[in-house]
Design a binder for this molecule. Structure first.
Ligand code: NIG
Ligand code: FE
Length: 415
């Protein structure tokens, strides 16, 4: 049976090409006013203008008028850590009171506190908590997502996290990509013997993860005080042998060569990029690596925002993502990410919507399935409440502008 959505005030994000967009092309977010879209067998089969509506053959069809609403492709959130246990609001209070990173870590905060919570959590409990978060973000319009491990930090617990992501993949209606992030922080037991932890990642974790086919990608928190350039290179080269391509956390706290290494290693994406020199900007702009910016993490950490305008003007391929995690971005609502991209990073609404949909799909190598309105793609689409324009979403911040979400051709409200 065909599902037709008609009387769409404006159908946004039309794109049938699969090439990631760079520079000024980001602002081209094509649309049709007064439109219809037709869905069959989970996929978009056609769309057009209401002017030609009476020429359609409506045999075996269900027609739903969504007068006043806009339609756009679902968000493609290409950077999250949404499998975690517990929460860390106490850390936020410490920070409000002026405590620094080291002091918070000494009080048992930071990534290691999430690692303890994961260690104490069963696989079932982790899965159930993650599934609630996943359902929540789908309800906010996310139609494809990348999820990292990285709160395990031991062979057993990294595998536990990745098995949870695998179960989410098997049970979720939206495409999920899994990333192995064993190199997120040094566990306490390895503080004084860091090389031994890299050896553990390279010789035990990566082969075990590959053996169970648990990860599509490898990630490293490449940063001064975390994992060095040479650690990062070793880990990525070991993972590449098993077919896990890199996507890396770089230039979050310092500009110290992480970005250049990501480009040299052919990373799909270099993520964060709060600390960028002019050389860093031209390096990524002239590479095939996507610059994934995470403005809600910069907001939450009171860090400088990534230089989105300069990156776009230099011709970089920019994506935006939520970084949903308990430490630096405890929210996965992409509407906030779009808002902050516009207000704080001065992206135009068209650029932000493009970066949150098609560009995110490219950063997960899923652009043949999701990320735009195109014939043959999965029917993962957002139906907005009646709004005057798409720009109203980032403008009227803090509100939920989504009326319904369609995933694989099914209304979430009917599930
Ligand atoms: O992407 N920078 C590294 N990792 C996370 C934060 C992790 C945490 O604090 O739990 C990030 O911001
Ligand atoms: Fe992250």
């Amino acid at each position: 049976m065909k599902l037709w959505l008609t009387d769409i005030a404006e159908l946004h994000g039309l794109r049938s090409t699969l090439q990631v967009l760079r520079g000024n092309d980001l602002s081209n977010f094509p649309s049709i006013k007064e439109a219809w879209i037709c869905i069959e067998n989970e996929r978009i089969v056609d769309y057009g203008s209401m002017q030609d509506w009476d020429q359609q053959n409506l045999d075996n069809s269900k027609v739903v008028s969504i007068k006043g609403s806009m339609v756009l492709p679902c968000w493609c959130d290409s950077h999250t850590h949404l499998v975690f246990a517990g929460s860390r609001e106490q850390e936020m209070i410490y920070k409000i009171k002026g405590m620094g990173y080291a002091e918070i870590a000494a009080k048992g905060g930071g990534i290691l506190s999430s690692a303890r919570a994961v260690e104490e959590s069963s696989e079932v409990a982790l899965f159930e908590a993650a599934q609630i978060r996943l359902k929540k973000i789908i309800g906010w319009g996310t139609g494809a997502v990348e999820i990292k491990s990285g709160y395990g930090l031991s062979l057993e617990n990294e595998l536990k996290m990745l098995r949870v992501i695998q179960r989410l993949k098997n049970n979720s209606p939206i495409p999920i990509k899994a990333t192995f992030l064993g190199a997120h922080a040094y566990p306490l037991a390895y503080r004084e013997r860091k090389l031994a932890y890299i050896d553990l990642i390279v010789h035990e974790m990566i082969p075990a993860v590959a053996h169970e086919h648990l990860a599509d990608y490898v990630d490293v928190f490449c940063e001064e005080g975390f994992f060095s350039l040479s650690d990062t290179r070793r880990i990525v080269e070991a993972a590449l042998k098993f077919g896990m391509k890199p996507r890396l956390h770089v230039n979050q706290l310092t500009s110290s060569g992480g970005l250049q290494l990501a480009v040299e290693l052919g990373a799909i994406s270099a993520d964060h990029l709060e600390m960028m020199t002019e050389e860093d900007i031209s390096c990524i702009a002239s590479s095939s690596t996507i610059a994934t910016l995470l403005p809600t993490a910069a907001f939450f950490l009171r860090a400088p925002y990534p230089p989105a305008r300069k990156l776009i003007e230099a011709g970089a391929a920019v994506a935006i993502a939520s970084d949903f995690n308990p430490g630096s971005s405890p929210n996965g609502n992409m509407q906030h990410v779009v808002n902050m991209s516009c207000i704080q990073m001065k992206m135009t609404p068209e650029e932000a919507f493009q970066a949150a949909t098609f560009q995110g799909a490219c950063a997960m190598e899923l652009q043949h399935e999701v990320g735009s309105i195109a014939k043959g793609k999965l029917a993962n689409i957002i139906i907005t409440k009646p709004i005057p324009s798409l720009a109203y979403i980032p403008y009227s911040f803090g509100e939920n502008h989504i009326q319904d979400v369609v995933i694989r051709g099914r209304f979430l409200s009917e599930e």
